[in-house]
Design a binder for this molecule. Sequence first.
Ligand SMILES: Nc1ncnc2c1ncn2[C@@H]1O[C@H](COP(=O)(O)OP(=O)(O)O)[C@@H](O)[C@H]1O
Ligand SMILES: CC(C)(COP(=O)(O)O)[C@@H](O)C(=O)NCCC(=O)O
Ligand SMILES: [K+]
Length: 259
Amino acid sequence: MLLAIDCGNTNTVFSIWDGTKFLATWRTSTEQQRTADQYYVWLSTLMQLKQIEARITEVIISSTVPRVVFNLRVLCNRYFDCRPLVVGRSDCALPVDVRVDPGTQVGPDRLVNTAGAFDRYGGDLIVVDFGTATTFDVVASDGAYIGGVISPGVNLSLEALHDAAAALPNIDVTRPEHVIGTNTVACMQSGIFWGYVSLIDGVLARIKTERAREMTVVATGGLAPLFQQGETLFDHFEEDLTMHGLTVIHRYNRDRENT
Ligand SMILES: Nc1ncnc2c1ncn2[C@@H]1O[C@H](COP(=O)(O)OP(=O)(O)O)[C@@H](O)[C@H]1O
Ligand SMILES: CC(C)(COP(=O)(O)O)[C@@H](O)C(=O)NCCC(=O)O
Ligand SMILES: [K+]
């Protein structure tokens, strides 16, 4: 059984893949101090609660936070008796090319999204991922990652407003009916929600113009459905895109080993 781990700057997601479907998915906050033993206690408790008796024999990790990889490796060695595949490391092959400036360390989550979206839709694509940052990944017709856009994440922008301005409260993002707010919270919600809709719309249009071709837009991340509401920003929403990409990369490496 495969354990796929997607570690973002805010949350870390664990999914168990039985070769055809995900048996379970769990989320925990990303913390650099968490030890292998802590991961294991947390994970094995959840597996017991869901009555999953699967024996984990393989692990694949994507992490935008390099420091957590050490303890995740210890988790694999100590409790699953395996060496994990770590996306972005030289011993983890990618089914897609990466065509960017030499020396660029592309976020592994973006490479995983590229592999997952290309597997489901083929090229040309734009993947929008609503994480700590909102990223746009541009995928060529042959599946190569050819660059993209990094914008501040929705919640990061809200936190920045609250932190920098004494009179602005801490609020959650929601979709306001009107653009013109008639109180402080409504003004902030409008700035974030409609500002973000315009950012997404504008960046997608500019990428398509720059590439001068039709492109399929795939969105992922917890906040994507909120922005899709009543709008037609994306062609598809894929909740499990990063996890799917991890299974694609894992299968690609296993098949290479066997040939
Ligand atoms: N369904 C959701 N509704 C509201 N906020 C969400 C949802 N899913 C994630 N978030 C928030 O979006 C931000 C990014 O989270 P996440 O996608 O887990 O980021 P990362 O992959 O960078 O760790 C966080 O502030 C998180 O709390
Ligand atoms: C852009 C990111 C911070 C997004 O991370 P996330 O929001 O998923 O936590 C991450 O992909 C990253 O650290 N990238 C490295 C730079 C690059 O992709 O070019
Ligand atoms: K992410």
